[in-house]
Design a protein around this ligand. Structure first.
Ligand code: HEM
Length: 406
């Protein structure tokens, strides 16, 4: 349903369009205006509402009966043709069933044993660049590390990692100012799902299901706990979620610690602060900027009624900079010690892979500090990803004192 015609909210100036590439460079001044002037905002072009204050984001995230995930958590009216149901696009009771099957696997104590493999992978990726004094920290490192780890957990052949990453990038791509599903999204989805289907059928034909994530999901299907579409949907989401956001987290802390050099100097003196730096990056410049919901019933907020059937954007990184919730929110302080940020969402759907992302982020930072502590950014050569949901770099070239000469 479209917005109620008498609603004064229709006359708001159109200051926030998450599909516009220009916003992606620096969305934070726009978020501040939303929080201060339009705490309930309506975008006419794409027909969605937006909340931007910490407390309102929490209200929406926690109120899962009114703000449902429905068919998807994007603002697009259509889902990508051929895509399958996955945990993020489900509501209870199906969401509860799917989440319980995998939640234990991703708990901190079950993720902690991966420390060695993550560190070894990080070192292997950084080593060829250590003596050169140059690296594109995204293309050469941050894009590869999380994909290598999630692929290892799923049992994907390491030779296929780049191909899978290409497809997941295709799936999240949007054209400037448009929320239309484009051909590349559909082929990316088709390729990724086709790959997993072949993998499953190959294992079934060999009679070797395996004990990795793919093996566990096949076993859940055999036990009647998941249907086949849900197995594929789970793999689809893990490949996307386990990849893109962690890559962007590494790029974003590389930038933040370069901009806030006194904080990086403190880290060089005491690398045990790395976990705090990861946490503060998730708060101040988290990769997941915004997630969508749909209203199952009308909801009153700031004197307006959001009609049933409306799309609602929850601007997580705006909530994270809300001065109504945080002291001095625009300042990067890695010893802030607060883990209540919205970088991993909140409520029922809060990030399943948060412990893994934190582990990967911390180890990536520790290894960067060991290899290239004085990194400098070649700002003119950086390139950003263009997505309404995820903020970060696709290219972030660094120079640093080569290790042999350091
Ligand atoms: C820095 C890295 C990451 C960030 C910033 C991030 C962020 C998020 C956010 C904000 C949500 C909630 C979305 C919503 O409520 O609509 C979410 C959900 C989810 N994330 Fe992550 N994520 C990261 C890494 C990962 C990793 C490494 C994995 C898996 C290996 C993962 C798997 C998931 C899954 C499965 C969900 C859906 C949970 C559910 O619907 O119950 N994420 N993530």
């Amino acid at each position: 349903m479209c917005v109620a015609e008498a609603d004064p909210i229709l006359n708001q100036p159109q200051i926030y369009d998450p599909y516009e590439y220009a916003l992606h460079d620096d969305p934070y001044p726009v978020y501040r205006r939303l929080r201060d002037e339009f705490p309930l905002y309506y975008n006419r072009k794409h027909d969605f509402y937006a909340v931007s204050r910490y407390a309102d984001c929490m209200t929406v995230l926690r109120n899962f009966k009114t703000f449902i995930n429905g068919k998807s958590t994007t603002l697009e009216k259509e889902v990508i043709p051929g895509s399958l149901p996955f945990i993020l696009s489900m509501d209870p009771p199906d969401h509860t069933r799917l989440r319980h099957l995998m939640v234990n696997q991703f708990r901190p104590h079950n993720v902690a044993p991966l420390e060695e493999v993550v560190r070894e992978t990080a070192r292997k990726l950084l080593a060829p660049h250590a003596g050169t004094g140059r690296i594109d920290i995204i293309a050469d490192f941050a894009a590869k590390l999380p994909m290598a780890i999630i692929c290892a957990l799923m049992g994907v052949d390491p030779a296929d990692e780049d191909m899978l990453r290409g497809w997941t990038d295709d799936i999240v791509h949007r054209e400037d100012g448009s929320n239309e599903i484009v051909e590349v999204n559909i082929t990316g989805t088709r390729n990724l799902l086709g790959y997993f289907e072949e993998m499953i059928q190959g294992r079934l034909a060999r009679g070797e299901v395996g004990e990795d994530i793919v093996g566990q999901l096949i076993a859940f299907e055999q036990q009647g706990k998941l249907n086949h579409a849900e197995v594929l949907g789970y793999l689809y989401l893990l490949a996307i979620a386990g990849n893109e956001t962690t890559t962007k987290l590494i790029g974003n802390f590389t930038y933040q610690l370069w901009e806030n050099r006194h904080e990086r100097d403190r880290l060089i003196g005491d690398p045990s602060l790395a976990a705090g730096a990861v946490e503060e990056t998730l708060r101040i410049d988290g990769p997941t900027q915004m997630q969508g919901r749909e209203t199952a019933e009308p909801f009153e907020l700031h004197g307006h009624t959001i009609p049933a059937g409306s799309k609602v954007a929850v601007i997580l990184t705006s909530g994270n900079r809300d001065e109504r919730h945080y002291d001095d929110p625009e300042t990067y302080r890695m010893d802030r010690g607060s883990r209540d940020h919205l970088g991993f969402g909140g409520g029922l759907h809060s990030c399943l892979g948060a412990a893994l992302a934190r582990l990967e982020g911390r180890i990536a930072l520790e290894e960067m500090l060991a290899t290239m502590p004085d990194w400098d950014i070649d700002l003119a050569s950086t390139r950003r990803m263009h997505s309404a949901y995820v903020r970060g770099y696709t290219h972030l070239p660094l120079t640093f004192t080569p290790r042999s000469a350091a």
